[in-house]
Write a protein that binds this ligand. Structure first.
Ligand code: GLV
Ligand code: MN
Ligand code: MN
Length: 414
């Protein structure tokens, strides 16, 4: 058992087959949550699971669980998984690697005929990205009891379609209750999505936690006026106010270097389509992050102070609504140790690290002992069609996943 190895070529082939669903011109994937492409990706995964002899269930929020029975049916499962939804211009590995690494673990166990004490499950969490339906990680959050299921299902995309209706449309509004059952332990394999492992020439990231994330909806209300006759001193230009707030958020994150992050995006300027009318209204999103909760509060305070300043100086009203906070997460010490021990036993180089990206494991960690495994990605680039990772690194992460899961699944009965 200690020599058991996954099949890196098979894992790579599965990744490339999945990447064909929603394939983009620049080599990435676009499978927005609960879209037709998401349905096709889910269907392919479920077909692979059935071929591997797994029992597949779907809960009310579209989370898929594929189960391989263990020797002891009274034990809760050891779970792995991630997400199949992508960013609008997403890559081939973010999320899908964690799902297909889980499937490769199962296929490897099937090939070897090995039966674990505890059942093994592969999970696909719905709408991890939060790109089509905000916020992110909602379905793992609902599983963990952080979000109300019905509220999450009412989340709307830009066209007013709800997550619940879209899941029903694609055939993934399941009948199982969301959460409320024990998990023995969970592990999630993922590409790092940052530059550390590549720079440090390490194969495995032993992930001890995830930094805090806060999402905001910001509204700036000034006044529409003519671009020509209106003197600069008489304007309430919502666009200028937004630009100052964007610069302030950027400066705040840089003052909190090296860990502070601020990203302003999804900017809507009203009135649309006129270049000679001063912007009366701007709506924009802000994403702020820091591994330390106190520092995240300081970033929040800076954003609000910038709002007060533009109101005072430009006469533009600013409303800042924090729509989502995912606090910093510390993973379970024993699961982290299982990842480190598997890594060392397999002879891979490794680095202990905190995740910069959010993951479903953030919420699952609240209801089950959890840890994550990172592998390098090229130049640290993710949320981009050119996202790339090496076959051998992906295989290494999957081998670590296999052995960390086996250690937990077989320790349970003793
Ligand atoms: C998930 O992709 C995140 O926003 O970190
Ligand atoms: Mn991801
Ligand atoms: Mn992502």
């Amino acid at each position: 058992m200690s020599n058991l190895q996954i099949d890196g070529d098979r894992l790579w082939r599965s990744l490339m087959d999945m990447a064909k669903i929603g394939a983009t011109a620049k080599g990435g994937s676009r499978r927005l949550a609960a879209s037709d492409e998401d349905r096709m990706g889910r269907d392919l995964f479920v077909a692979w699971c059935k071929a591997a002899g797994l029992g597949v269930t779907v809960d009310r929020i579209g989370n898929i669980f594929a189960r391989r029975p263990g020797r002891d049916p009274t034990l809760p499962p050891v779970v792995t998984g991630s997400h199949l939804d992508t960013q609008p211009t997403g890559g081939r590995f973010d999320g899908v690697y964690g799902v297909l690494a889980g499937l490769e673990v199962i296929r490897t166990l099937n090939d070897s005929g090995l039966v674990t004490d505890a059942p093994i499950e592969v999970a696909v969490w719905t709408n991890e990205e939060g790109a089509r339906f905000a916020p992110a990680m909602v379905a793992s959050g609902a599983f963990a009891g952080v979000f109300d299921v019905d509220t999450v299902l009412e989340a709307k995309d830009v066209d007013g379609r709800t997550l619940g209706a879209e899941l029903a449309r694609i055939g993934y509004a399941g009948d199982q209750a969301v959460g409320g059952r024990p998990l023995l332990a969970t592990f999630e394999a993922h590409i790092e999505q940052g530059p550390i492992l590549e720079a440090e020439k390490k194969t495995i990231g032993v992930v001890t936690g995830v930094q805090g994330i806060r999402w905001y909806d910001v509204r700036l209300d000034g006044m529409e006026a003519h671009a020509g006759p209106t003197p600069m001193t008489m304007r309430k230009d919502a666009m200028v106010a937004a630009a100052r707030m964007i610069a302030a958020a950027d400066a705040s994150a840089k003052r909190h270097a090296p860990h502070g992050r601020a990203t302003c995006k999804v900017v809507e300027v009203r009135p649309q389509g006129s270049r000679n009318t001063i912007a009366g209204h701007v709506a924009m999103t802000v994403d702020m992050r820091h591994p330390d909760a106190t520092a995240l509060e300081a970033l929040d305070a800076d954003l609000r102070a910038a709002g007060h300043q533009v109101t005072a100086e430009l006469g533009v009203a600013v409303a800042i609504e924090a729509i989502w906070t995912s606090p910093p997460v510390a993973f379970d010490a024993a699961c982290v140790a299982a990842v480190r021990e598997a890594t060392e036993r397999l002879g891979y180089t490794h680095q202990t690290m905190v995740s910069g990206a959010g993951h479903d494991s953030c919420y699952i960690a609240r209801v089950a002992p959890t840890a994550m495994i990172f592998v390098p990605c090229e130049k640290g680039i993710s949320h981009n069609e050119i996202e790339n990772a090496k076959k051998e690194d992906l295989a290494a992460g999957c081998n670590v996943l296999l052995h960390a899961m086996l250690a937990r699944a077989n320790a349970a009965a003793s």
